[in-house]
Design a protein around this ligand. Sequence first.
Ligand code: ZN
Ligand code: ZN
Length: 242
Amino acid sequence: MEPYFRPVADLHTHTLASPHAYSTLTENATAAAALGMVAIACTDHGPKTGDGMHPWHFSNMKILPDRIAGLRHLRGIEVNVCDFKGSLDLNETRLKDMEIVIASMHGGTMPYGTPEQITEAWLAVAENPLVDIIGHCGTPEFAAHYEAIIPAFGRGGKVVEINEGTFRVRRHSLENCARIAQLCKQHEVRVVVNSDAHYHEQVGQLGNAIALLAEAEFPQELIINSSRERFEEFLKEKQLVL
Ligand SMILES: [Zn+2]
Ligand SMILES: [Zn+2]
């Protein structure tokens, strides 16, 4: 059966710069190229994660080429949301140099709070112009009032991630993910499917995330990596090119 769509980019991948991931940037890019993708973002963890990157990891990404393994390589970070005010763990100057900024909440870097406190944090992130993508926000440990945050992400121009890694390691989030997809559809908020690969064979493998969107009959025009044209449109907004 034909898939609902063929994703053209994977914007959430980790490299062995993170001790808990196992492939190089080149291996990841080569895996994406083999799938016919046009872009990959390398998005290792912000400094506050237990094994997060030193800030120099991000500032030195300027030495990397725009093209690796024949596809567009986007310099990125999975930055940590660190408190209920929505503070991030990389400073503004360095974040400005990143081409893809995913903001996520992780145990150990973000305090557990009430749904009201987590909502407050996400509402602040929604207004932060340095953030592009909201990472795996369905995690029940960080449950929020989705009816409030999803439209706010839309107003702030954020793209909500449907994370394939959730099907591997956060299966208890899936009910929330389906609800988030429905709310994004209802409020016309854009989404992206990402692998959150920690090994190159996971790069671009997005079958479960795609199936979740197909199940929701999610409009393809709201999925930024569902075609080359839509992805280029998203890059253009950020004054980037393929
Ligand atoms: Zn994450
Ligand atoms: Zn990740």
